[in-house]
Design a protein around this ligand. Structure first.
Ligand SMILES: [Zn+2]
Length: 311
């Protein structure tokens, strides 16, 4: 073993191999990188609580869930950059009243110091929600997160009426965890979302996790409402397939909705490596143009990303 420069610590071989693998994945598709619409960055004390919850395999998680990328924030950001992720998000979400506005302040600050993070906001059904959502939009929020399972609120709560109205008017996408995986919540499932879209038909929802496990019913909604998209977060991976396999008969529907499916990873809170989430997409047997859309081009268009600088 040779002496190492303390300023450049030796990286584990597995890390280097993964960086090479992820980079090769998008390069071979002829892409300038990845856009990952579903990554979690949040205040340190909140992230610690989330990790403790996963460690304890709490009821909303339902099974052992080792966190693969339990690093400090700078290391996590650096790793996404090493992977070639051009843009990512900071999915923040409250589980009680009085928390969303504080999270939004953190999200704005994080985006200001992390230019490749799409400024992310959130909300909770509470008095004043439409005002702080409006303020976040005015201050540049590009995407919102709604977590129906953890937040344990109905998307039809009247306190959210003006929130949805503002987001629909401003055409700001909302990544919404509304499927009943990994464990159902009081208000999860497609029915409340169908009612929400009946009232706000142009709401740009991004259904997280492909709506797992109610894949088909959420595909129905995407087929009906042209502004509804889905993110691939955790879907098609060995971890998800073991529990709630995506129905192979619905694969042609994924092809038809190819311009409205966006890659998401749930980094860093995933019980497998990032590369696996990308490779899982190739198990569907869809062509390279579908992969290019999902891994980069669809989200690049949605968020109006500048053309990459030539290398
Ligand atoms: Zn997530």
């Amino acid at each position: 073993m040779c002496a190492t420069d303390s300023a450049s610590p030796v990286r584990p071989d597995a890390d280097m191999a993964e960086i090479a693998g992820v980079t090769r994945f998008w390069r071979e598709l002829g892409l300038p990188g990845i856009v990952d619409v579903h990554t979690h960055f949040m205040p340190r004390n909140v992230m610690d609580k989330v990790w403790a919850y996963f460690d304890a395999a709490g009821p909303l998680v339902g099974r052992p869930w080792p966190i693969t990328y339990r690093d400090d924030e700078d290391t996590r950001v650096a790793r996404l950059r090493e992977f070639g992720v051009r843009r990512f998000t900071s999915m923040i979400y409250p589980h009680k009243p009085g928390m969303a506005e504080w999270l939004n302040a953190w999200g704005a600050d994080f985006a200001a110091r992390t230019p490749d993070c799409l400024h992310t906001g959130t909300f909770y059904p509470e008095r004043g929600a439409a005002d702080y959502v409006g303020a976040a939009i005015e201050s540049g929020a590009r995407v919102f997160k709604s977590h129906i399972q953890v937040g344990d609120y109905s998307p039809l709560d009247p306190l959210l009426d003006d929130v949805w109205g503002r987001l629909e008017d401003a055409r700001v996408p909302i990544v919404i965890h509304c499927g009943s995986g990994p464990a159902p919540g009081t208000y999860t499932g497609p029915e409340p979302i169908a009612q929400l879209l009946a009232r706000f038909p142009a709401l740009p929802l991004v259904v997280a996790h492909m709506g797992m496990p109610e894949y088909g019913a959420f595909l129905d909604l995407a087929e009906r409402y042209p502004d509804v998209r889905l993110d691939t977060t955790m879907a098609f991976t060995d971890f998800a397939e073991a529990d709630v396999p995506f129905p192979r008969t619905d694969v042609p529907r994924l092809a038809a909705l190819g311009d409205r499916i966006l890659f998401g990873s749930d980094f860093p809170n995933i019980p497998y490596r990032y590369l696996h989430a990308l490779e899982a997409l190739t198990t569907l047997g869809l062509d390279e143009s579908w992969l290019r859309g999902v891994v980069h081009d669809n989200a690049a268009a949605l968020f109006d990303l500048p053309a990459p600088q030539p290398a």
